[in-house]
Structure formats: structure tokens, C-alpha cells
Design a protein around this ligand. Sequence first.
Ligand SMILES: Cc1cc2nc3c(=O)[nH]c(=O)nc-3n(C[C@H](O)[C@H](O)[C@H](O)COP(=O)(O)O)c2cc1C
Length: 305
Amino acid sequence: MSNPAMSVQLAGMELKNPVVVASGTFGFGREYGQFYDLSELGAICVKGLTAAPREGNPPPRIAETPMGILNSVGLQNPGVDAFISTELPFLHRYDVKVIANISGNTPEEYGEMCQKLSSAGVDMIEVNISCPNVKAGGLAYGTRPDLAAEVTRMAKDHAGKIPVMVKLSPNVTDVTEIARAVADAGADALSLINTLRGMRIDVSSRRPILKMNTGGLSGPAVLPIAVRMVWEVASIGLPILGMGGVSDGDGAAQLMLAGASAVAVGTACFVDPYAPIKVRDELRDIAARQGLDGVSQLTGALRPW
Ligand SMILES: Cc1cc2nc3c(=O)[nH]c(=O)nc-3n(C[C@H](O)[C@H](O)[C@H](O)COP(=O)(O)O)c2cc1C
């Protein structure tokens, strides 16, 4: 047994441990802050922000599935300005890195949000080009290499000194094609995976459970897909924030071995608000049992057949 160091680097940003909370599953941290000190986390990735406030999609917008959930929340949020004036000061009371997740209708909107958030003092921007639940922008940017590159360039041009991480969609045939396009456009890091498009039907009424008909699948069911995609994208060489179905240290370690420098916990937070803390502690135990000096030594240490 060793006593592994828990800090990791993600695109030049030092995290005190590799556990981040995933966008859209942790709000702006206020509710979870009633359970534990948010400074325990490596970073908080806030709910997806848009230029103007959004009410999101009509309910029902969550459907349970075997080993996961479908959601069609559709980026409900108070808008970037309200985040900066009300939520960011709250988060800055904690010793935790803040990652702002943004979605735009146009590349210019992404640029404007980056400028505002960078000046406001967030630590990193996560550019969401992979939301399956909004008509404009969102997934369209994440499935076309040229558009993904354009949004990345715009974000980089306006983010000042802070790193830009681009969040990839699993709803593509070849994730490395998009990853390479955003890497060439200057992205500092990649995060993946967002949710997978899915559908659930109520057989008696013959209606989809979700009012939007389809939604995005997350939770333990998607972990093997996330591990495979992180492994594929690791060959590009950019730092990776891995996510998708992590609910314990083993899942987090799998993503790190596949190439992730840090991992995000999403849907598991709905089941157990302490999930990110549990994942962190189990990850430390795994690294200790393997006699590592630091948990970062797991990153990319896969021994593929
Ligand atoms: C209810 C809900 C809302 C989400 N909202 C966002 C969002 O606003 N922006 C984003 O990039 N991803 C969003 N996601 C995707 C998660 O950040 C994450 O990529 C995905 O759920 C896979 O991780 P998980 O299986 O641990 O939840 C959302 C997921 C859920 C379940």
C-alpha cells in the first residue's frame, strides 16, 4: 500500500483530486453544498449556460431506464449574466476550480460567453457542442468537424488565458474525427462523453415518456461506451476529462487507464449526493493498492492486448 498523491493536471489547471462533477447534474452546487464542503471536489462543472435565460423543454423530461436515465432538460438555466452575478460569487467562496459549460446558437455567441466568463474569473470553459436536447446549435456543432472547429476557434479567440475544453458527443460514427478537428482548431482539452440519444415508450398509452419524444441516456449503462471512446480519443494527445456512467472508483479508474486525466461524476449524484466523494476515496484506495505514488499514474496506463 502507498499513500498516493491525489492532485492531477488538466490542461495546465491543477485539481486537488481528479473528481469533477458533470455539467447539468450538480446545478451550481448550492443544493449539494448542504451535504458536504464543495472544496472536497476537484472541480465543479456548472449547469450548461446560454447567452439568454432558458426555461428548457416541457415536462416530463426525465425517464428512468435500466441502469440509467433519459433526460430532455434542454439547457434550463438563468443565462450567463445571472450566473456571473449570482452563482459564481457563491462558488468562489469555496476552494474549488470552476468550469463553465456553455452552449451557443452561433459561433459568435460562444465567443461572447467565453469573453464574459473569462473576465469573470472562471478557471476553465467547457464548450458543449454535444447537447442532444436542443434544436439550434448543440449537437449540430458536435457532429460536423468543420462546425466543431469553427466553434472551437471562436471560443479560443475569446477565452483569454483560461483553457478551453470541448465536450464531444457520442452520437457520431467516428469520435476521433471530431476530436482531431477541435484539436487542430486549438482546443486545450477534450471532455467526453455527453449523453446518447435514446427513447422510452409507455406501452399502454403508446406514447413516449418524454414530452420531447427522445432524450439523452446517461448513467451506468453508458460506462463501457465512454471507456471505449476515451481510449479512442486518447491517441489525439490532448488532456481528457472522462465521463459517462461513473458511480465508483473502479469506473473512474477505467476511464483514467483509458487515457483520462480527470473524471466527472454525473447521474450518480442524483442517486447519492456523496457519490463524487465516494469515487474519490475509492480511486485513492485503488491507487494505494497498486502502490502508486500518485493517482495521475493511472492515466493512459492501460495494457491493451
Ligand atoms: C439531467 C442532465 C442534464 C445535463 N445537462 C448538461 C448540460 O447542461 N451540459 C452538458 O454539457 N452536459 C449535460 N449533461 C451531460 C452530463 O454532463 C454527462 O456528460 C452525461 O450525463 C454522462 O455522464 P453520467 O453518465 O455520469 O451522467 C446532462 C446530463 C443529465 C443527466
